[in-house]
Design a protein around this ligand. Structure first.
Ligand code: SAH
Length: 393
């Protein structure tokens, strides 16, 4: 018999959303008596409706706004390495079908039934981000399940995301298994380099995989400018697919070093050039105004609600500075990974930036993250990535 879990009780009238399929309960919806408040962050608990009916099994953090996160709608479930392993196996089966090579986001949090958890896979190396107290507490079991399912060579706990602070967790990077450094990955049939411990986020941004392919498809014989290039996911692929010239701009030397290595691995080092610079300054200084393809994939300009207004205007400015560099009839890609900027607001900033630059054109594609970043149906707002591709006149 599994030991009895503590109860977390919803306040009167607050069970409706969870019953409707939402995977979270917020702290103000929960009866925070002394006993509940005293539960250790990350505790497994039974979530109960005001009448006492068990609604499911949650991880609970009394100190977080998102206090309860649904782990299973079966309140009797036993959360052990087998339970987690089944979710890993299911997620891997989906990715194997969607992506076909073992380089993908394996676990995308709630959408894969593991709230607050991110796992990116690089062959037999895995990068884990536990972004909730629940996943932090479950880490030993997660590691056991990873071991059982995949026999990894390397596991990095890349727990340095600022969101951990909202859960009262410290930011740290820990190598749980193996040797960590740069490794090679395959994406869109090209070779790239990711630095798993020193790189940004998990080391690679798999979310742009499909957008990179789409843009590379437009880049044959083209002169391409890839701004905020990171390790060359867009620019090096464009060169691999036949671009005439590519300029990658980023302010991180480490990112550009990986991009340079990727260019060499794909035999396009003569095609791709690199510029370490601040993006806005580099755009203002660009002499060439005739790029056939311009790609702008910046970091999140809006990190908190209080900088929504000024941050959102950053996208307008980016478009104002980048659009003039696009040749007539050329293509312009611009993305936002700020989850607080919704698609209409993003489209509005892009429209304004085009007006500022006195450029017209047409939207060819409005897209988001690649399919290995699924979205929980109850959390449509977690679809954070927005991308627009335009042809400019
Ligand atoms: N396009 C990339 C991902 C971009 S991530 C890909 O396909 O993988 C955002 C990148 O912007 C990071 O590499 C970061 O180093 C860079 N960056 C952030 N602020 C910048 C700035 N002000 N100027 C230039 N690059 C910047």
């Amino acid at each position: 018999m599994a030991k009895k879990l503590p109860t977390v009780l919803l306040r009167a009238g607050e069970d409706r959303r969870v019953r409707a399929g939402h995977p979270w309960a917020f702290s103000n919806e929960i009866l925070m008596d002394a006993e509940t408040k005293a539960l250790a962050p990350g505790t497994l608990a039974t979530l109960r409706a005001p009448g006492g009916e068990a609604l499911g099994l949650v991880t609970f953090n009394p100190h977080s706004l998102i206090a309860a996160r649904l782990l299973s709608s079966n309140p009797e479930a036993t959360v052990d390495a087998l339970f987690i392993g089944r979710r890993f196996a299911q997620a891997a089966a989906l990715r194997d079908r969607l992506v076909g090579v073992p380089y993908y986001r394996l676990i995308h949090a709630e959408a894969d039934g593991l709230p607050g958890l991110i796992v990116d896979r690089f062959g037999d190396a895995f990068v884990v981000q536990a972004n909730s107290a629940g996943m932090e507490a479950l880490t030993p079991i997660l590691l056991e399940a990873l071991e059982a399912e995949f026999s990894p060579s390397t596991i990095v706990l890349k727990n340095d995301s600022p969101v951990r602070e909202l859960e009262g967790l410290k930011r740290e990077v820990v190598t749980a298994k193996g040797e960590v450094g740069s490794l090679e990955l395959i994406e869109n049939e090209a070779r790239f380099v990711a630095d798993l411990s020193g790189g940004q986020k998990t080391g690679w941004f798999y979310d742009q995989r499909d957008n990179r392919r789409f843009m590379a498809g437009l880049a044959k014989d083209a002169n391409v400018l890839d701004v905020y290039s990171y390790s060359g996911g867009f620019g090096v692929l464009a060169a691999h697919r036949g671009a005439k010239s590519v300029v990658c701009i980023d302010r991180s030397q480490a990112a550009l070093d990986s991009a340079r290595q990727a260019a060499a691995l794909n035999g396009v080092d003569k095609i791709v050039g690199f510029e370490k610079a601040e993006a806005f300054e580099a755009l203002e200084k660009q002499k060439s105004r005739g790029f056939d393809v311009v790609i702008c994939d910046p970091p999140a300009f809006v990190k908190s609600r209080k900088d929504l207004k000024t941050g959102a205007q950053g996208y307008r400015k980016l478009v104002r500075l980048a659009a003039p560099l696009v040749a007539r009839g050329g293509f312009f890609f611009v993305a936002s990974c700020s989850h607080l900027v919704d698609p209409p607001l993003f489209a509005e900033q892009v429209r304004r930036g085009l007006r500022d630059a006195e450029r017209n054109g047409r939207i060819l594609l409005s897209s988001g993250a690649a399919l290995d970043h699924p979205v929980h149906p109850g959390l449509p707002e977690t679809a954070y990535l927005k991308a627009l591709v335009l042809q400019l006149d």
